[in-house]
Design a protein. Structure first.
Length: 77
């Protein structure tokens, strides 16, 4: 399950783990004009972990999900 919300400066997607136990904490993805942040509460350290991706890193990740093992470089067409 997931939700999508539009704030004044970001689009927020929340991914809810609604599968079989053990369940993981919700993942929150914030899309800004210049970056994407991904946050998730980590109960082992009792804190929120945040990852920030540039838009080019996000494009690379999107492409990588559909490619076989290897080294790639995206080129503008």
């Amino acid at each position: 399950m997931f939700t999508i919300e539009h704030d004044y400066d970001a689009t927020v997607v929340t991914l809810v783990d609604d599968g079989k136990a053990p369940l993981k904490e919700d993942v929150v993805i914030n899309g800004f004009d210049d970056c994407i942040t991904i946050t998730q509460f980590d109960p082992r350290i009792n804190d929120v972990v945040r990852i920030t991706l540039s838009l080019s890193q996000l494009r690379d990740l999107e492409a990588a999900l559909d490619l076989p093992e290897g080294i790639y470089q995206l080129r503008k067409t």
